[in-house]
Design a protein around this ligand. Structure first.
Ligand SMILES: [Zn+2]
Length: 186
């Protein structure tokens, strides 16, 4: 980003010190603060990911779940949850030492679920394509149908890893993929 011709002051997002920004995307007063903020962000992400994995592993049919699982599924900190259990805000049952179980229904009422999808990517099933000419467009047909030049089509085919097949002088690309690609850009 180019240097700004004007002086803009901002509060450092980490230490709160007011500083003169060098570029529009500077949010920290110094390298030390920006490094520390980055490390903090990474730690948070790692923790959220760990929680998401625990949350995902809890069977949907389990009516009673542990404190650890509750923390992973719902946006509540462990300390706060224990406090609420002690105060009786959240009903609990003890099935043994350190084996507190909570009813999901009570938790649903009290908390909002953490977003899991942000941290665990559902692995999509590998797509099967038909590269038979009747299921494909040639590059020329794509240009004509969508009014795009062939170098753009090629760039998109490469960018989105769309499979292609050459037969004689023609390159065939699955219709389905191309239609999805260009329709969604409207
Ligand atoms: Zn700072």
């Amino acid at each position: 980003m180019p240097n700004l011709g004007l002086e803009i002051k901002r509060k450092c997002r980490l230490c709160g010190k007011v500083f003169l920004i060098k570029t529009l995307d500077s949010y920290y007063c110094c390298k030390k603060c920006s490094d520390a903020a980055y490390a903090k962000k990474k730690r948070t992400e790692a923790r959220e990911k760990k929680l998401a994995l625990i949350a995902k592993s809890v069977p949907k049919v389990s009516e009673f779940i542990s404190v650890r699982e509750a923390v992973a599924i719902y946006g509540v900190e462990r300390g706060m949850l224990y406090l609420m259990i002690r105060r009786g805000d959240i009903p609990s049952i003890n099935i043994g030492t350190k084996m507190t179980r909570l009813n999901r229904k009570d938790l649903e009422k009290a908390f909002v679920k953490r977003p899991i999808a942000k941290y665990i990517k559902e692995t999509p099933l590998p797509k099967k394509y038909s590269l038979e000419p009747e299921d494909c467009y040639t590059i020329g047909e794509i240009c004509e149908k969508y009014h795009i030049n062939d170098s753009s089509v090629w760039a998109h085919v490469r960018k989105y890893s769309i499979p292609s097949r050459q037969i004689g002088n023609y390159v065939y690309v699955p219709k389905e993929e191309i239609d999805n690609l260009y329709k969604s850009e409207e």
